[in-house]
Design a protein around this ligand. Sequence first.
Ligand SMILES: Cc1cc2nc3c(=O)[nH]c(=O)nc-3n(C[C@H](O)[C@H](O)[C@H](O)COP(=O)(O)OP(=O)(O)OC[C@H]3O[C@@H](n4cnc5c(N)ncnc54)[C@H](O)[C@@H]3O)c2cc1C
Length: 396
Amino acid sequence: MPEEISPTQLGSRPKLGDFDAVIIGAGMAGASLAYELASHMRVLVLERESQPGYHTTGRSAALFSEIYGNDIVRALSRASRAFLEAPGAGFAEHPLLTPRGTLFFAAAGQIEQLHALHGEVAPRSAVVRWFEADELRGRLPALRPEFAQAGLFEPDASDIDVHALHQGYLRGARQQGATLICDAELESASYVRDRWTVQSRAGQCSAALLVNAAGAWADDLAQMAGAAPLDLAPLRRTALVFEDHQAWDSRNWPLAVDIDEQLYFKPDAGRLLASPADETPSPPCDAQPDEFDVAVLLDRLERMTLLRPKRITGRWAGLRTFAPDRTPVAGFDAHAANFFWLAGQGGYGIQTAPALALLSASLILGKPVPDRLAAQGVTAQGLSARRFERVQPAEN
Ligand SMILES: Cc1cc2nc3c(=O)[nH]c(=O)nc-3n(C[C@H](O)[C@H](O)[C@H](O)COP(=O)(O)OP(=O)(O)OC[C@H]3O[C@@H](n4cnc5c(N)ncnc54)[C@H](O)[C@@H]3O)c2cc1C
């Protein structure tokens, strides 16, 4: 963990010092950027909660898939694979990725959609395989035959050890000199004479650069700092872990998702994790599962599969925060000086963290997009905060 200072040690509103960059939020976004920046500049990370992974980072389905999301998200995921496979000595005690596979399944009326996805991803994705009904059902016997007419299999998809990745970033940031302060909610930020003055619950500091890695709160934080919001939308998603009625040997099942993304499920440490893939708009908050979404999930499990939860052992919800075009935002604000956005990662913020952090650090340090990102099709323009600028109508 980065060097931690508790507010009680500091007394009330102490001076925390002068920094080159203050990052707000220590979820996957803030932690990964601190890791990439810390050897180049003095970095302070301020986190509101006492646990840095408390919000969306600690509530994901922990999947790495190169064919999930739009083209830009896929490029970021491909560009993140090398780091996740080999993060470097001492980053984590165990491999961050464990083979899982992803299997999109389709009913008879959805085969065209499956073909369309195949056509989109096949040219750039390492390997995807078409499954006819027999192979699909052999692979996933829990699917009801009418929903399992064809499948698209991505064998190289993996489970991510999210905790190890997050902790590896935080530990590595500290080893390079970054400071993390928890229980340090940002209260105000003002930019005067080329520097940010930042007030938090843990104390006051100044910095040349303010980074917005506040997840679901990113628009609120921008407004607090005098920047315009980007219309980011936090959308609630629910997940359950359960023991099934039937003793399936599910160890080698891939993550299964229907082509309309109404349901997904995968093995989870001897049990099954499932989600109705809900996207309910929500204000930024400590999201909790809603009984209605749980009922929808149980209904979809019954309609599409032979799974019958016997005992629910865990349930949670988290906010996936999307920009209007469902592409992450990594770049300087169009108007607010030295205000950098790393937000809107939607449902891909774990698997794309290595590439987004590297790109963001390069932009902040004034360097070109690294070759290994550019080689996968990642561009600064595609992720820029300035892409939302509205063209002003010409005056007569
Ligand atoms: C059910 C579910 C399944 C998912 N599955 C996957 C998946 O399989 N693969 C994948 O890649 N992604 C997945 N995601 C998405 C992924 O979890 C997110 O994209 C990622 O965690 C976002 O990280 P973050 O750091 O931006 O947000 P967060 O983890 O929410 O971190 C933001 C932090 O900012 C802090 N903060 C906010 N305001 C302030 C303030 N004023 N002062 C100080 N601190 C502040 C918050 O306390 C919070 O800790 C899933 C998400 C959900 C909910």
